[in-house]
Design a protein around this ligand. Structure first.
Ligand code: NAG
Ligand code: NAG
Ligand code: NAG
Ligand code: NAG
Ligand code: NAG
Ligand code: NAG
Ligand code: NAG
Ligand code: NAG
Length: 512
């Protein structure tokens, strides 16, 4: 594709063909996907809404984390200003042709401080957003908690390391189901807890920034040996409690679905030696099976129980029954494929954290740190989806996030993102043709947002948000044009035939 890019530099909007001979199987359109398959795009409350202190919202752990300047000095006080610009954005979604929009609710906007009375202004915001989506024929897919736990609950009892969180999370979910469940049919309890447990309780570089004092980040509180396992346990129990509430009290009348979201890489052994092949299995255990095994079989994988020993809380019979089968679908965030190398010496450490328990090293495939762009390896997503088919009885899956990272200030002509979407959406089709029960695909992100790992240095959006403009005007990138044409039925060639000769969409400024 490098050659294609330089061709494009000269003649950006002409029809071009990389492959003169194209086999039929390389061409796909949305009509090749099963009936009812939904295509959408995602954001999350903290990363999109802004209005951090407006109308009664109180801080989340991400507000407190970003305010001392932990994220290159960036914070999400304004972010994409979605709190004020949601109507305009829903018009853009309709214009783009999205079937569905995935967003999350800010717990501390709906219930300030995490517990107690509902904030009427927060309730009104989410009702307005949901109504606007429905009016435009766009399905709302809602996540209850996308990392932004109310700071008040962290301060009061330590958030996810305390079982008290089960009661408060369930009460919050109850408000959401009661108030929005007549219109929202797809509920996700938590966004990628598997990654945030490692970042927030083991390494400690993400909120709530807990880790052992002896670990490289020298956190002021925490225990990387035990707390990640405790937090994950409480997360699974809280997910199960909320799923049970939905199934018992709401599902019969609201007819919706509930699931949990996980984020993972696809893993391949660095070499074909037995030790790297086994280490690759371990990587799947720690990233996926840690959560999926309890959800499908009611207990942790035996390999993990063996290595973590008493640091891994056991499920009681009652808990095991609650957790087993507590989902209608699994949401997956997928961006990258990683090489796995065995690293047995970490098992010799005296106080092992989860990373040491994994006893492996992860290595990125070719990656250009100057452009930030992710390598395009679509077979990784196909294999990832096939793994869910093989290991977990082929559950319904929604791809909740998948997208290309670029520098925030790079060109609106975001060819790397067009290439990425073109290739990965094709790989989802391949997986479906090979039996995967995937029901929907959401790209991350609809507009540029505050990125949790990069602040405003990188972006994934289909639409650029001009942060130098006080009105934060949105501008479509080429990827918005590509996705829109795909959604409207145009045939795409995964090997590179891209026909984007109509430049009007790219030049248009949307001023609704
Ligand atoms: C979190 O942020 C709020 C608002 O800035 C502040 O009042 C509070 O003290 C902070 N809490 C912690 C634990 O840093
Ligand atoms: C973490 O907790 C375990 C179990 O309570 C304890 O043995 C260990 O010393 C603690 N580690 C740190 C670094 O505090
Ligand atoms: C960790 O931080 C504390 C307090 O800032 C400091 O006293 C201590 O020396 C630090 N430890 C390491 C290993 O950096
Ligand atoms: C490992 O074996 C597979 C199948 O034989 C092969 O495709 C792959 O290239 C090998 N990988 C390495 C790193 O040698
Ligand atoms: C990374 O990408 C930039 C821009 O395309 C290019 O100039 C540079 O040579 C690349 N670096 C590497 C190490 O590939
Ligand atoms: C984009 O930002 C990077 C660093 O943040 C900077 O080095 C580069 O010059 C910027 N490019 C443009 C076109 O502003
Ligand atoms: C289909 O998936 C199975 C695993 O479930 C895999 O072994 C097989 O290679 C895949 N077939 C194709 C044609 O991709
Ligand atoms: C774009 O190309 C298609 C053929 O691929 C053609 O039918 C269409 O008229 C062209 N549109 C414009 C605006 O040139």
């Amino acid at each position: 594709m490098e050659a294609a890019k330089s061709v494009l530099g000269l003649s950006l909007f002409s029809i071009f063909q990389l492959n003169l001979v194209v086999s039929a199987a390389d061409i796909y359109s949305r009509n090749d996907f099963p009936p009812g398959f939904v295509f959408g795009a995602s954001t999350s409350a903290f990363q999109y809404e802004g209005a951090a202190t407006e109308d009664g919202r109180t801080p989340s752990i991400w507000d407190n984390f970003t305010h001392p300047g932990n994220m290159h000095g960036a914070n999400a006080d304004i972010a994409s200003d979605g709190y004020h610009k949601y109507k305009e954005d829903v018009q853009l979604m309709a214009h783009t042709g999205l079937d569905a929009y995935r967003f999350s609710i800010s717990w501390s906007r709906l219930i300030p401080n995490g517990r107690g009375p509902v904030n009427m202004k927060g309730l009104q915001y989410y009702n307005n957003l949901i109504n606007e989506l429905i009016r435009n024929g766009i399905q709302p897919h809602v996540t209850l908690l996308h990392a932004d736990l109310p700071q008040a609950l962290e301060d009061e009892y330590g958030g996810w390391i305390n079982r008290k969180i089960l009661r408060d999370f369930t009460a919050y979910a109850d408000v959401c189901f009661r108030e929005f469940g007549d219109r929202v049919l797809h509920w996700t309890t938590l966004n990628e807890p598997n990654v945030f447990v490692l970042g927030g309780y083991d390494i400690g570089f993400l909120p709530p920034q807990r880790c052992s004092a002896s670990s490289p980040l020298n956190c002021s509180k925490g225990n990387s040996s035990t707390e990640p396992y405790m937090a994950a346990h409480n997360i699974l129990l809280a997910h199960a409690a909320v799923a049970k509430l939905y199934k018992k009290q709401y599902q019969d009348k609201q007819h919706g679905f509930i699931g949990l979201n996980l984020c993972s890489y696809w893993f391949v052994p660095l070499t074909n030696t037995t030790k790297d092949v086994i280490a690759t299995q371990r990587a799947n255990d720690f990233y996926i099976d840690w959560y999926m095994h309890p959800l499908v079989y009611g207990d942790y994988p035996s390999s993990m129980k063996k290595v973590a020993g008493s640091r891994m809380p056991p499920f009681s019979n009652y808990e095991s029954k609650q957790v087993k089968g507590s989902f209608d679908f699994i949401g997956l965030n997928f961006y990258l494929t990683m090489y796995v190398k065995d690293y047995p010496s970490s098992l010799e450490m005296e106080h092992r954290d989860v990373l040491a328990d994994m006893a492996l090293e992860l290595l990125l495939f070719q990656y250009n740190a100057s452009t930030f762009e992710y390598p395009i390896l679509p077979w990784g997503l196909k294999r990832f989806l096939e793994h869910f088919k093989e290991a977990y009885g082929n559950p319904p899956i929604y791809i909740h996030e998948n997208g290309q990272r670029t520098r925030r200030n790079s060109s609106l002509e975001d060819w790397p993102r067009v290439e990425y979407l073109n290739a990965y959406i094709g790989s989802v089709l391949d997986a479906i043709r090979n039996g995967s029960n995937t029901r929907g695909y959401f790209t991350w992100s609809f507009v540029d947002v505050f990125e949790m790992l990069d602040g405003y240095e990188s972006s994934y959006g289909l639409y650029y948000v001009d942060m130098d403009d006080p009105d934060l005007r949105r501008y479509p990138k080429l990827s918005a044009k590509w996705y829109s044409e795909f959604l409207k039925g145009k045939s795409m060639d995964r090997n590179g035939v891209i026909q984007l000769n109509d430049t009007s969409f790219l030049d248009a400024q949307f001023t609704h």
